[in-house]
Design a binder for this molecule. Structure first.
Ligand code: HEC
Length: 400
């Protein structure tokens, strides 16, 4: 019953997380697009510096942007902050529900680091909040005046974080924690810098005092950082569907490459309206992506099969393979799993009967041989000999 409740809590929080995340990033993309597409003429007498016509959902919209601020504060002014806060709150709750409550299975890989559950959770939470303090400290320092150097330094630091975490946790949770760290910096920017700067702007208007230009500049810089962090963050959030990325031995490098591409794509869209020729950026991104794809391609399995010429000569009987899978996989991958914490076969993958095993032969090869993300943290203690046996059997089925 407890497990079943856990499953539903997970579902509800995940749903909330995705919904508020879309609302947040959607609004942020929209305003960014708006800013880049405003028709800017001369600022008129009421202070309007740009306008834009749009059609959406069967209606015409006419938007105006004030260069500084309208002469009077409107009665109702919409703020965009709860989308960001709820995304963070639900994201953190999801980390607890999906990872920390089951750290043994979801985070720890004893072959990488034999951490206790508590140590793993402490490292995880420290890395998330630590990232914000380091980031915020650097962004407040004198490096503020050198945005490109600051950007590069931050990128290097995030790669370092990802390298470090990939040596503590299994790939999947290393990735998700880099994502959590990036997301925390983004929400921290909204909570600590952007919203306070906007509040100061409104207060200055109400009190008819001059506004503090430095605050506005800082908020703009943080909002730019958020803009560039978005695509890497979104990749990380979907990465757990792609074990060939997080399950690779150099998973941190793959993450760095894909993030660099995300940042460049964002940059391309930011400067595109300036009509500067920047197609080379897209070419560069394509080259990097192809490079990553080649690098993360599964190793040819044949090399493993040389391990014993003798072994290749005899056919592996199915019952031997089934025995391995029942012992090492089916405790979770069964209609009614016997592994504590599981109430249904993960992702619907059942590996109980011959038909199931044959149906999933390619998936088994991908997750248990090429990337070795299964069994998670080798919880069921699958031996090298068993993996070899499985490899040989799969090769024999494929008629090599
Ligand atoms: C401790 C429980 C557990 C054990 C043991 C286990 N798995 Fe999994 N498996 C999971 C979980 C959890 C997921 C879902 C991961 C996710 O949500 O992406 C999963 C997902 C999968 C998937 C789908 C992933 C994909 O990308 O297609 C396959 C295939 C799979 N496991 C095969 C295996 C094989 C083969 C073994 C044995 C060598 C095994 N698993 C052992 C828990 C387990």
């Amino acid at each position: 019953m407890l497990n079943y409740t856990h499953e539903w809590v997970n579902l509800l929080i995940r749903w909330l997380h995705i919904t508020s995340g879309i609302a947040w990033i959607g609004a942020s993309f929209y305003f960014n697009w708006l800013e880049n597409h405003l028709e800017r003429g001369k600022t008129d007498r009421s202070g309007v510096g740009g306008t834009l016509w749009a059609i959406h959902g069967g209606g015409f919209y006419f938007l105006k942007k004030y260069e500084v601020a309208p002469p009077e504060l409107p009665e109702s002014l919409h703020w965009f902050k709860w989308e960001a806060y709820w995304t963070w709150i639900s994201g953190f709750a999801l980390l607890v529900v999906a990872y920390y409550l089951n750290a043994r299975t979801m985070m720890i890989d004893p072959e990488l680091a034999a951490l206790s559950q508590t140590t793993a959770i402490v490292i995880a939470i420290t890395s998330i909040f630590g990232a914000w303090f380091v980031y915020d400290g650097l962004a407040r320092s004198s490096l503020e005046r050198y945005p490109r150097i600051l950007g590069l330094l931050l990128f290097v630091l995030f790669v370092l974080l990802s390298w470090g975490l990939s040596h503590c946790f299994n790939g999947r949770s290393a990735y998700i924690h880099v994502g959590a760290a990036i997301g925390t910096c983004m929400v921290g920017n909204v909570f600590r810098i952007i919203i306070p700067a906007q509040r100061a702007l409104v207060d200055a208007m109400v009190q008819k005092k001059p506004r503090d230009a430095a605050l506005g500049r800082k908020a703009l810089m943080r909002s730019r950082h958020n803009n560039y962090m978005t695509l890497p963050l979104l990749f990380i959030m979907i990465s757990n569907h792609f074990p060939h990325t997080y399950g690779h031995a150099l998973n941190w490098l793959i993450l760095a490459g894909i993030s660099a591409v995300g940042i460049m794509v964002r940059y391309y869209f930011n400067i595109r309206h300036l009509q500067r020729s920047s197609v080379w950026l897209i070419a560069l991104c394509s080259i990097i992506m192809i490079g990553i794809a080649l690098m993360s391609a599964p190793a040819r399995v044949e090399s493993i099969s040389d391990f014993s010429q003798a072994a290749t000569s005899h056919k592996i009987p199915f019952h031997q393979v089934q025995g391995i899978i029942l012992r090492r996989c089916a405790v979770c991958h069964a209609q009614i799993p016997t592994q504590a914490g599981f109430i249904s076969p993960p992702l619907g993958v059942r590996l109980e009967t011959e038909a199931h095993i044959r149906m999933h032969i390619n998936d088994i090869s991908r997750v248990a041989i090429q990337t070795r993300i299964m069994p998670p943290g080798n919880l069921t203690g699958m031996t090298e000999e068993e993996r070899r046996m499985l490899t040989l059997w799969i090769e024999q089925q494929r008629g090599r």
